[in-house]
Design a protein around this ligand. Structure first.
Ligand code: PLP
Length: 404
């Protein structure tokens, strides 16, 4: 059923060489690779359909609009949103979060409380800090534990009737921790707060059901789940999205424009000013189709075997310490080797054609918690193999021998 070699043949980049060695790509948490099924959709768009959407009476515009709206439907079905107009195309997770944070500017009052988790990516921290500066709202942090999980007792203590918004990631990009978002959403709703889930790191591994979760907002980027860069989505309950003001003004987001007064278009167009990334949106749909054709259960099962295999092999290396040992985590391993800077190891691995990430992974508060400058992060995808993990282990042993 799950045939990794067949899957690998869908990804042209996996057969290229880097520094004379076959590429081992273990930086999937930063961006995933793109299968030919998605590349073909982008090529086909510019070969056959290229035109502006929602505007033209002509055939190309109609076909492009249909393809773009069909992608929105695909995304709606994938996330089980109640309506297609609750799916807003954005440039990605970062823009989706900024859209919401900007939208709450005139809704919050000074002294309102916003809860964030200690495990967040900078793009789910900074827009809220900026919102607090504009409104006088107060940002409070749900602390983390040594294992890299959220402290749920502390979360309950922080919750109160002043809590207006809670934002947490579904999965931490730096550690792979899967957060208990169902519980967070329920407890948040119990005090009347709205909850935004950053799904950028979860969506390559997990198929979320936004209605079952009862998420108020759920955001993600296409490029982490086999789609192109520069496109993503914001899911929001229509009752909430209808209350928010538009994010940007321009074409496509209006109903009527005069110099006296402009009225805004309905969802989703209210939030989609200007010509969007049309090919990207269509390819986002194709990426979800591709991943669903493999199946998220098969992906999760296979990736768990990679994670176990790699964890066991890496822990045999003397002086190696893994950060993030949550009982439930995706296939991400963040680690350091005693006495060696992560960057030095990353550079030597690169010489061997092995791509890992080194640094703070846009999550400096986590690094501060562990009092380290950064980690080496190997993040796996369903197209990686145990043989590639063996190459990482050999590469690490060589790098350590050179650097110690
Ligand atoms: C990648 C990532 C982001 C940012 O996504 P962009 O595509 O750069 O906007 C935010 N949060 C998490 C958890 C991520 O992994």
């Amino acid at each position: 059923m799950f045939d990794v070699n067949k899957i690998r043949s869908d990804f042209p980049i996996l057969s290229r060489k880097v520094n004379g060695q076959p590429l081992v790509y273990f930086d999937n948490a930063a961006t995933s690779q793109t299968p030919v099924q998605v590349i073909d959709v982008i090529t086909d768009y510019y070969t056959r359909l290229n035109s502006n959407i929602h505007r033209g009476v002509h055939k190309l515009s109609q076909e492009a609009t249909e393809a773009y709206e069909a992608a929105r439907k695909t995304i709606q079905n994938h996330f089980n949103a109640a309506h297609a107009h609750e799916i807003i195309f954005t440039a990605g997770t970062t823009e989706s979060i900024n859209l919401i944070a900007t939208g709450y500017t005139n809704i919050l009052q000074p002294g309102d409380e916003l809860l964030i988790s200690a495990l967040e990516h900078h793009s789910n921290i900074v827009p809220w800090q900026m919102l607090c500066e504009r409104t006088g709202a107060i940002l409070k942090v749900i602390p983390m534990t040594q294992l890299g999980t959220l402290d749920s007792n502390a979360f309950e203590t922080l919750l109160n009737e002043k809590t207006r918004l809670i934002f947490v990631n579904h999965v931490s990009n730096a550690l792979g921790t899967v957060n208990p978002i169902e519980e967070i959403i329920q407890k948040g709703h119990a005090v009347g707060a709205e909850v935004l889930i950053d799904g950028a790191q979860a969506c390559p591994h997990i198929k979320p059901d936004v209605q079952a979760l009862d998420a108020d907002y759920y955001v993600t980027s296409a490029h982490k789940l086999c789609g192109p860069t520069g496109v993503g989505m914001l899911y929001g309950k229509s009752s909430l999205l209808n209350q928010l003001p538009p994010y940007q003004g321009g074409g496509e987001m209006i109903a009527t424009v005069t110099f006296e007064k402009t009225t805004y278009a309905d969802l989703p167009h209210k939030f989609e000013a200007g010509t969007p990334n049309i090919a990207g949106g269509i390819a986002f749909g194709a990426a979800l189709d591709y991943m669903n054709s493999i199946g998220f259960e098969a992906i999760a099962t296979y990736e768990a075997t990679l994670l176990d295999y790699a964890t066991e092999a890496l822990l045999k290396i003397p002086g190696l310490k893994i950060y993030g040992e949550a009982p439930e985590k995706t296939a991400v391993i963040s680690f350091n080797v005693e006495g060696i800077h992560p960057y030095d190891i990353g550079s030597i691995l690169d010489q061997m054609g092995i791509a890992v990430r080194t640094g703070h992974h846009c999550a400096q508060p986590i690094m501060d918690f562990y009092q380290i400058p950064g980690t080496i992060r190997a993040s796996f995808s369903f197209y990686n193999t145990k043989e590639e993990i063996d190459r990482l282990v050999v590469g690490l042993q060589k790098a350590i021998a050179m650097l110690q």
